[in-house]
Design a binder for this molecule. Structure first.
Ligand code: XMP
Length: 347
């Protein structure tokens, strides 16, 4: 049986570096030959993570936000439009510089939804299903490509295997969300017994000879995990919990009796989310929880940006391409993992 590793199982080996400052490190990653993300970070299409405010902030930081699909076509297209028009007027960005992604499913009104999103300024359509290596995704990818043409960037997922990655790329994916059941609020593996430890999926998909970009999605808890995902071969990372609970994530601040502040964060396959959006639930594959309020998302994004640049410099890499060449992983034991965490005596 094959062994599968994830983030806490490995560390990157520090290497000789001639990088004198983090400013010498470029963390940009190409979406395609015309478009680049200056920050290789994508916010997740979840109703407690990405609506217009998060998408706009991600755009400002050179990253990307994927506006969730748990709303009407009109509402979602309106959110896309808001980001597009404010990016044009407030940031003075051109159409070529504006990257906005929005999610659709694979049934019902998804073609009409994707068309409305595209017409309102989304240049990336995320085909957002739990089990992406699926016939319905294949049909959807062909249909969307036929309806919206070659300029559209299609981002389906999620898959867990190299075979899944290659099939989605062959069906027309420009990027693929990789990792099944690894997210912080996921219970898919508990509910169904299926999945692969998240970083292993990235190692496996990095073996692909297809052009599609790899998005490491789920289970990423800090900038160290982001650097590990990139070093393993990811082009981008997708974040839910790291960006949830900030001022730019949707939802109200909840205050408890001790004046502590929280925000809701929930899996889109959780019972709570399904009941709210569909009025009923089927398989319950996520949880709903509240997480401490983190304040401004700018603080989180700046920490991420600096953490990635610092991480690259520890591998002696000036950019992500160099990181792919240079990165060396070691497997760590449980004692090593203990040592890797802060562990002052008595704490
Ligand atoms: P993190 O770890 O960043 O994970 O919080 C976010 C990712 O989790 C996925 N997601 C789900 N997976 N049940 C699942 O099994 C769910 O209810 C669910 N909701 C989100 C998704 O890939 C997201 O980007």
């Amino acid at each position: 049986m094959k062994q599968a590793l994830t983030y806490d199982d490995v560390l990157l080996v520090p290497q000789y570096s001639d990088i004198k400052s983090r400013k010498e490190v470029n963390i940009a990653a190409e979406l395609n030959d015309k478009r680049v993300l200056q920050l290789p970070v994508i916010s997740s299409p979840m109703d407690t993570v990405t609506e217009s405010e998060m998408a706009y902030t991600m755009l400002q930081y050179g990253g990307l936000g994927v506006i969730h699909r748990y709303n009407t076509v009109l509402e979602q297209a309106g959110l896309v439009n808001e980001v597009f028009n404010s990016a044009m007027s407030e940031l003075g960005m051109s159409t070529q510089e504006i990257n906005i992604a929005a999610a659709v499913g694979v049934s019902g009104d998804y073609v009409q939804r994707a068309t409305a999103l595209w017409e309102n300024g989304a240049n990336i359509i995320c085909v957002d299903v739990a089990h992406g290596h699926h016939l319905l995704v294949k049909d959807a990818l062909y249909k969307l490509r036929m309806e919206l043409g070659d300029e559209l960037h299609i981002m389906p997922g999620n898959i867990a295997t190299l075979e899944g990655f290659n099939d989605l790329a062959d069906w027309g994916a420009n990027s693929v969300r990789c990792n099944v059941g690894g997210g912080s609020i996921c219970s898919t593996r508990i509910q169904t017994g299926h999945g692969i430890p998240g970083l292993q999926t990235i190692f496996d998909c990095a073996e692909s000879d297809r052009d599609a970009k790899i998005i490491a999605d789920g289970g990423i808890r800090n900038s160290g995990d982001i650097v590990k995902a990139l070093a393993a071969g990811a082009d981008f990372v997708m974040l839910g919990s790291m960006l949830a609970g900030t001022d730019a994530s949707p939802g109200f601040i909840i205050e408890d009796t001790n004046d502590l502040k929280y925000k809701l964060y929930r899996g889109m396959a959780s019972k709570e989310a399904q009941i709210e959006w569909r009025g009923e639930y089927s398989s319950n594959e996520g949880i709903s929880t509240r997480i401490p309020y983190k304040g401004k998302v700018d603080l989180v994004l700046n920490e991420i940006k600096n953490g990635i640049a610092s991480g690259l410099s520890y591998s002696g890499a000036r950019n992500i391409n160099q990181l792919w060449d240079k990165a060396r992983f070691v497997k760590q034991t449980n004692a090593g993992l203990g040592e890797s965490k802060t562990h002052i005596l008595g704490k």
